[in-house]
Ligand binder design. Structure first.
Ligand code: DAH
Length: 348
């Protein structure tokens, strides 16, 4: 009996000392396991006289139950402790203020893009979009820029490995001008199918363009907007009127220094470059070339699918980065693509 009480007391003490489920199970094995202390006493029962056997057996059972109760209660304690520590570890302080999201803003080039669409949209220009990976034909040949013509070298670009394009010469477009041909041909086709008179072509096509160029006013990827207006009586004077009006609205000023400078492009005759003077910022007073422009060359009008004796008009291609630099007085175009939030935040 003494032994049994002693075993129960020691078992309870060891269970209480077990600080995790594994050591509790080890402690249990020490008393109730196959070679545990209580099991050893049970094995002795066989050698006792029947009377003793009965009372000793009962005492062992009672002791076993007491040990099991102690074990069970310690198990529950440990589980409870585990739960409590998990809960306190994962506790959320619901009284903390939320982590606010900072306000996003449009990139300055996107703002320019939107303004251009708004301004030209308001005077009846359609907005078109086309592929940045272009065929050699649309980018050069259709624009009166034949293979091996020296004018091609003004626009070096990135070529797609011919093995991947099934032999069709592909390149990253060097300007948005191929959109003149794509849009015009689609437009002409559409009305030819309906046997109707072809209405004027009046479109802008903003988008990304690529060249092997990199300095403060050139980036290998940049944006242009192409403009095209073809009808039966659209002249260079219309180009000047429309373009200067666009600039006045874009820069919200009537006091702009604009200059049309004679130039050469294979797809226009006559051709001009349009320059604007910086009115503010570190480059104040300097001229920046904004745009190429001109009266569309008869060969290009023919490539549109139209008769150059009857259809005439103008085209222009302007740099969105250049427009943005002039609008905000920025002196280095590479700032647009560095992703520096200190720069970008100034526009949001
Ligand atoms: N595509 C020319 C360039 O990127 C710019 C240009 C010149 C566009 C004359 C035109 C144009 O539409 O008529 O340098």
């Amino acid at each position: 009996m003494q032994d049994l009480e002693n075993i129960v007391t020691r078992a309870a003490a060891e269970f209480a000392a077990a600080s995790d489920p594994a050591s509790l199970e080890n402690a249990k094995a020490k008393f109730l396991g196959k070679s545990g202390e209580l099991t050893a006493l049970l094995k002795q029962l066989g050698s006792l006289a029947p009377e003793e056997k009965k009372s000793f057996g009962q005492s062992i059972n009672t002791a076993k139950q007491q040990i099991e109760v102690a074990l069970d209660s310690r198990r529950k304690d440990l589980e409870q402790k585990k739960l409590e520590s998990r809960l306190s570890g994962e506790a959320l302080d619901v009284t903390l203020p939320g982590r606010g999201r900072s306000r996003g803003g449009l990139h300055p080039i996107s703002r320019t893009w939107q303004r251009i669409e708004e301004i030209f949209g308001s005077i009846g220009f359609d907005v078109a979009d086309g592929p940045e990976i272009e065929t050699d034909w649309y980018n050069f040949t259709a624009l009166n820029n034949p293979e091996n013509h020296p004018a091609r070298s003004m626009q070096d670009t990135f070529y797609v490995d011919m093995k991947d394009s099934g032999g069709l010469p592909l390149l990253l477009r060097t300007h948005t001008s191929p959109m003149q041909v794509r849009y015009a041909r689609m437009h002409v086709q559409q009305f030819r199918d309906k046997a109707a008179k072809c209405p004027p072509i009046k479109v802008i096509a903003p988008g990304r363009t690529y060249r092997v160029d990199s300095d403060a006013t050139h980036s290998p990827m940049f944006h242009q907007v192409e403009g095209l207006w073809i009808d039966e009586d659209i002249s260079f004077a219309d180009l000047k009127g429309i373009y200067v009006d666009f600039l006045r609205r874009f820069f919200e000023s009537d006091d702009l220094q604009v200059r049309f400078r004679p130039s050469y492009f294979p797809f226009t005759e006559p051709s001009a470059e349009i320059d604007l003077q910086f009115a503010s910022g570190p480059l104040k007073g300097r001229w920046l070339e904004l745009s190429g422009a001109g009266q569309v060359h008869p060969q290009v009008v023919r490539n549109f699918g139209l008769d150059p004796e009857r259809h005439i008009g103008f085209a222009f291609g302007s740099g969105l980065e250049r427009l943005t630099m002039l609008r905000y007085g920025i002196d280095d175009l590479r700032l647009f693509f560095d992703g520096d939030l200190r720069f970008l935040r100034q526009f949001s």
